[in-house]
Design a protein around this ligand. Structure first.
Ligand SMILES: Nc1ncnc2c1ncn2[C@@H]1O[C@H](COP(=O)(O)OP(=O)(O)OP(=O)(O)O)[C@@H](O)[C@H]1O
Ligand SMILES: [Mg+2]
Length: 337
């Protein structure tokens, strides 16, 4: 079975009538199938392609169009909606971000001294502790659009195409000040293992490095990874600021709970510390999910049960759904909420 991202690309290209992309993607699928030793399927795709007139035959370009502007290509444009103060960050992380923001906002002062603001930041850390949220909040604080790179539209197994797409992506983002977010930055490194042509691998990495070097300082590049060890060393060096967003410690998590509890106008029947131990979230994201769960059930209950009972039920439901031990064996049936 061909890779799902290629099939989706093919469907999109077909729907939009982009023959160049249909051809390139179909060739990529054929190459993928051949690599998996599905020669019969690969041959049939190749045959079907021969029957299709080449778009270049009528003088038009055979280059696959990359529909970057409307967000359906390699980039998704988002209007950021999250302030940096809404995030729990280590003091040093917060300071580093403030410095980056200041350098960007006062770039003219720096340039008057022949200096450029820093604009390449790498965020490292386990899932659910704010890498994506921090990228968004930087865009918010800088009042810039957030461009999120879509790997499914960039990385293909078609020889030469990944490097070309990368180049086009950077050409596009350079046209305006923005925050460019490469989530799972290691995807390029990882993907390299899937490409068999050595020359091609080099070309992708070289393209990436050149583009990182050429990126103007008004484009803030934020990379994120859960696997820093997979990053190419030369790529790693390109990032002027590297920050670790690690798993929150007990005190930080209790503070997070206390803050979230304040947002509710109800008696939890728990202290922040006890509720945190009962829920025992692995990361901020899970803690956030727990409070969203309470929000939802509270809205639906419409006052039918006390807030205190509702919280107790949610703690039990949460514990059983997450394979954790309930606080209280006498907890009520969650379905009663
Ligand atoms: N440091 C934080 N402060 C406050 N809320 C946070 C923090 N980190 C994560 N959250 C909450 O968890 C949700 C998920 O976080 P986010 O997507 O930013 O994590 P991530 O590090 O990018 O995870 P992944 O590695 O899975 O992409 C956010 O929407 C936010 O509500
Ligand atoms: Mg993320």
């Amino acid at each position: 079975m061909a890779r799902s991202d290629l099939i989706i690309d093919l469907v999109k290209a077909g729907i939009s009538g982009d023959q160049g992309s249909v051809r390139v993607t179909a060739e990529a699928i054929a190459a993928d199938e051949r690599q998996k030793k599905h020669t019969g399927v690969a041959d049939r795709i190749a045959k079907a392609l021969v029957a299709t007139p080449k778009p270049g035959a009528n003088g038009k370009s055979t280059q696959p169009a990359m529909r970057l502007k409307d967000g359906s290509g390699g980039i998704q444009r988002k209007e950021p909606d999250r302030s940096i103060d809404s995030l729990f960050l280590e003091r040093q992380t917060r300071i580093a971000c403030s410095e980056l923001i200041e350098e960007q906002q006062r770039a003219d002062v720096l340039r008057a001294h022949g200096l450029e603001p820093r604009h390449r930041l790498m965020l490292v850390g386990p899932p659910g502790n704010g890498k994506t949220s921090l990228a968004e909040s930087l865009a918010y604080e800088l009042a810039l659009p957030l461009f999120v790179v879509r790997y499914d539209a960039i990385i293909t197994s078609y020889l030469g195409d990944t490097a070309t797409r990368l180049r086009r992506l950077f050409d596009f983002v350079k046209t305006e000040p923005c925050v460019l977010f490469f989530d799972e930055f290691d995807a390029i490194g990882k993907e390299r293992g899937d490409v068999h042509e050595t020359g091609e691998i080099k070309r992708v990495v070289t393209t990436l490095l050149l583009q990182l070097d050429d990126l103007p300082s008004y484009c803030v590049l934020v990379g994120a990874t859960n696997h820093p060890e997979l990053l190419d060393r030369a790529t790693w060096r390109r990032f002027e600021i590297r920050l670790e967003l690690s798993k929150p410690n007990d005190d930080q998590m209790i503070e997070f709970f206390a803050q979230k509890m304040k947002d509710f106008n109800g008696n939890f029947g728990f202290t922040a510390k006890r509720l945190r131990s009962a829920v025992d979230p692995k990361n901020f994201s899970e803690a956030e999910d727990f409070f969203m769960d309470i929000h939802r059930r509270h809205a639906l209950a419409q006052g039918a049960i006390t807030f205190r009972t509702l919280v107790k039920d949610r703690v039990s439901a949460w514990a059983s759904q997450h394979g954790r031990i309930t606080l209280d064996d006498r907890s009520t049936d969650p379905s009663a909420v």
